[in-house]
Design a protein around this ligand. Structure first.
Ligand code: 9MR
Length: 844
């Protein structure tokens, strides 16, 4: 009966083994080396479409050097055809095995081809005696007294059953934010169900007792997942607690908390701590990051060949540069200016926001456990500086061709395999050609650094400003030096054919910092200044106009028409809010074909919505951000959090050469607070192709270290994560603080080259007395207060606190007090602050 059923449902396999399904992934090495692995004494590279490795001499056993692939399914009684092309220089005997993956490593095929220098195709057949879901194909190439070189191509194992269809384990069909909802914030969930009519839901506390109930809202078929879904709004629940579950359609969600946002205050720090362990050029101190200590990478210590004295690619330049330091971009050891640029900019903006937003704080010195902690500089700026110093080093020195421009990137000559600790990377490192995009990234970040570092290190600020101006002029002189899409061997191409947005961003930062007419004129003439730059897909390293627009709106400056700039950010936020509200999973991402790194695009759209909250104080924007993060933390089709260590089920196998725990259990997983790239409809890597072909939107993701196109970690994805998590952390338990009943006027009466004098008036517009006051605002840059009257002033960095004296402590309704101060100027403009808080609240 069973046989009959099987043969009527699907034809039995009548093919010869050679016609059977292919069991090897990426046997042609057309897609790099993944998912092949090697022992640590081999470095895998793809050369001319072949996998090649230099085999060291002096090993004893064949298994002292291995190339392998795991998780090959074998079916008992099936016949398999195994073949490969190989070359050996000089000739060597190689062992090719299909075997058990663990002791006793029983081999089902053991061949010993004599491999020649010109190479041959070797073919074998065998019948599997066992059912085994995870056999290995390995090439044992150890045991030679002298070094030799081995190359491999077209490895094939055909036969057996077609590979299993991958079905992700998505757990219960009720999807929630697994980290936490804020007590006074919005609370939304999604239910996957066949039902087309409303269903009852109930919220249980940790003991299973019902806390609330209601009816779901049917939302139809969601295009981003292909699922029929309902949504649940349980915002009316405002009782803090842990271990809540939501029950609907017979399914119980993963547990979650409702509370004061403590996990987000942790994440604000963890998402930033991520950067220290990405640092190049410095040993990672295990005392600061237990379990993550490692030697310094790329400081000229063998086998490293960089980064103290790095040549250009042949024909690109005749000099060498010291480009040590900076952050490794991602899971590779490359360092790319365009991607470093947006990352460092977002960290600096996260700090700059603490100067200009009502709800902001807790990013001071000694917060991130860095080597620089305790130096009097906020740790987030210390971390940003690590990268900014590297970006400055990428600028072409005076007297050389393209002086003032920046090299696009520096990375290995060839792609390396996994795992590979940074200090063990043996590849030659090379500088790649300059590009207009990289040059403008340098101009923008250096201009921003010039104003933000001024209170802490005037010399560093000045160095940045000089570099920024020089970079701008060099970019204007070379406006179309585009990075080549073909330059993607050994590192990412990061090509970008349109650099108008980079010009706009750099002009914005230079104008804010300097006030110079030439940058103002550029901005006002740029079509990007007034166009709708709010892409459905969000902004990222290749689309940077939003970085300029956001800073023009949120950082004080005197650009003509600035009110329109601020209004345009609110319009962008409206667009993303509408997308989010229309989405049954609450995703602020207006497309269904998910891009590479989609999680960072979702988060960047939330940055725009958050900026609108900072500008307007309107609660709907704040609630939009809080609802929008639910997707990242588990309210999604895969029912998982994309941040390591946050949420019941979370991404933790992100693609990385040194957090390669999945490949080598002695290595750690990525540190907690690491964002995975997320669903990518284009699944460029072979592992994803083997498991996810045909996937719909949200399903195009797998938490596997080999899936570099869906599951990498990067510096430019953790930057919006940290920006948004800081914003959320600032919301506390979600209580919206009412604005104060007051009016402040801030008038700088006079200024002279080295100083200025300012008068501040505070009026009580309410009906009760203000009894004791502290006014707070921030200077744009390195301005300092020197002398004050009718107040007591303290200054920390650029932020000023003016406190009442005893004689003006009380301000009665309708009355005003006035105080004033003299200040020292700093290079650049001294605009009035946009925000002055009174006892922590903005004035109504
Ligand atoms: O994040 C990048 C993505 O936007 C591009 O589409 C993709 C292809 O060029 O490259 C991504 O960046 C990778 C880079 O090329 C190399 N380091 C790892 C980056 C993240 O996967």
């Amino acid at each position: 009966m069973a046989t009959l059923a099987a043969s009527t449902l699907s034809a039995p396999a009548t093919y010869a083994a050679e016609e059977g399904p292919e069991q090897i992934v990426n046997g042609s090495f057309d897609n790099g080396t993944a998912p092949w692995w090697t022992t640590g004494n081999l470095t895998a590279t793809v050369v001319g479409g072949q996998f090649c490795t230099d085999v060291p001499g002096g090993t004893i056993n064949p298994w002292d050097a291995i190339i392998g692939q795991n998780d090959i399914p074998l079916v008992a009684g099936e016949t398999y055809a195994f073949s490969m092309f190989a070359t050996a220089t000089p000739p060597r005997v190689v062992r090719a095995l299909v075997q058990m993956p663990t002791d006793p490593y029983t081999a089902y095929l053991a061949a010993n081809p004599e491999v020649s220098t010109s190479g041959n195709t070797y073919s074998y057949t065998f019948t599997s005696p066992v059912d085994l879901p995870n056999a290995q194909v390995v090439f044992q190439i150890g045991g030679s007294a002298t070094p030799w070189r081995f190359c491999l191509d077209n490895v094939s194992l055909k036969g057996g059953a077609p590979p299993d269809v991958y079905i992700p384990d998505t757990g219960p069909r009720v999807r929630v934010n697994q980290v936490a909802y804020l007590t006074k914030g919005p609370k939304n969930a999604t239910v996957v169900t066949e039902s087309t009519t409303a269903l009852p839901w109930r919220l249980n506390d940790a003991s299973g007792k019902k806390v609330a109930n209601g009816q779901t809202t049917p939302r139809g078929v969601d295009a981003s997942s292909g699922q029929n879904v309902h949504s649940i709004d349980f915002s009316s629940v405002t009782k803090a607690g842990t271990g809540y579950t939501l029950v609907a359609d017979g399914e119980t969600s993963r547990p979650f908390d409702i509370g004061n946002g403590a996990p987000y205050r942790d994440l604000r720090l963890d998402a930033l701590k991520f950067y220290y362990t990405q640092r190049s050029g410095i040993a990672i101190d295990d005392a600061l990051r237990p379990g993550y200590g490692r030697p310094a990478g790329h400081i000229g210590v063998a086998p490293n060949q960089g980064d103290l004295d790095v040549p250009c690619q042949p024909g690109v330049c005749d000099y060498r540069l010291n480009v040590a330091g900076g952050w490794y971009d991602a899971g590779d050891h490359g360092k790319y200016v365009v991607n470093g640029g947006i990352s460092v900019a977002q960290l600096m903006s996260e700090f700059e926001r603490t100067k200009n937003a009502v709800t902001a704080g807790a990013l001071g010195d000694s917060t991130l456990a860095l080597p620089e902690s305790g130096n009097g500089v906020p740790d987030i700026l210390d971390e940003a500086r690590w990268e900014q110093e590297f970006l400055l080093k990428m600028q072409v020195p005076d007297g050389k061709p393209f002086a003032g421009m920046a090299h696009h990137k520096i990375h290995d000559q060839n792609w390396t395999g996994l795992p590979l600790m940074p200090h063990l990377d043996p590849q030659l490192r090379e500088l790649h050609p300059v590009s207009t995009a990289a040059t403008l990234n340098l101009a923008a970040t250096a201009a921003q650094a010039a104003r933000l570092f001024a209170p802490y290190d005037a010399a560093f600020a000045a160095r940045n400003l000089t570099a920024a101006r020089k970079a701008w002029d060099a970019a204007v002189a070379n406006p179309a030096k585009l990075a080549s899409a073909a330059d993607g061997t050994g590192g990412g191409a990061y090509n970008d054919d349109n650099v108008g947005d980079e010009f706009y961003w750099a002009a914005a930062e230079l104008f804010i910092t300097t006030g110079d007419a030439k940058y103002k004129d550029y901005l006002l003439a740029s079509p990007l200044h007034t166009s709708d730059i709010w892409r459905d897909r969000g902004f990222d390293w290749g689309s940077t106009a939003a970085l300029g627009r956001l800073d023009l709106a949120t950082v004080p400056n005197n650009l003509p028409g600035r009110a329109d700039v601020r209004a345009s950010v609110v319009q962008g936020a409206e667009k993303y809010l509408a997308t989010l509200n229309a989405h049954p999973y609450g995703i602020a991402y207006g497309v269904t074909d998910y891009d590479w790194g989609s999680n960072n695009l979702v988060l960047n759209n939330l940055v725009v919505v958050a900026a609108a909250y900072d500008l307007t104080g309107e609660r709907k924007y704040r609630d939009g951000v809080l609802q929008g993060i639910d997707y990242i933390f588990g309210r999604n089709a895969l029912n998982m959090s994309y941040v390591t260590g946050y949420g019941e089920v979370n991404s933790h196998n992100q693609h990385s050469r040194w957090y390669a725990h999945q490949l080598d259990s002695s290595l750690p997983n990525p540190p907690k607070g690491t964002l995975a790239g997320g669903p990518n409809s284009y699944i460029q890597d072979p592992l994803a192709q083997s498991k996810l072909t045909g996937c719909v939107g949200q399903f195009c993701y797998i938490d596997d270290i080999e899936s570099w196109s869906t599951n990498e970690l990067t510096i430019n994805w953790n930057s919006p994560l940290s920006w948004v998590s800081a914003f959320v952390a600032d919301q506390g338990d979600g209580t919206v603080k009412a604005p104060g009943k007051c009016q402040v006027t801030y008038t700088t009466h006079g200024s002279w080259p080295s100083g200025f004098t300012t008068q501040v008036t505070v009026k009580n517009t309410g009906t009760t007395a203000i009894d004791g006051w502290t006014l707070k605002w921030s200077f744009l840059s390195g301005q300092t207060t020197t002398h004050f009257w009718n107040t007591d002033i303290t200054q920390s960095g650029a932020t000023v606190s003016a406190k009442n004296l005893s004689h003006n402590k009380k301000i009665l309704p309708g009355q005003s007090i006035t105080f004033g101060f003299n200040g020292n100027s700093a290079p650049g403009p001294n605009p009035n602050p946009d925000l002055i808080t009174l006892n922590g609240a903005a004035c109504a």
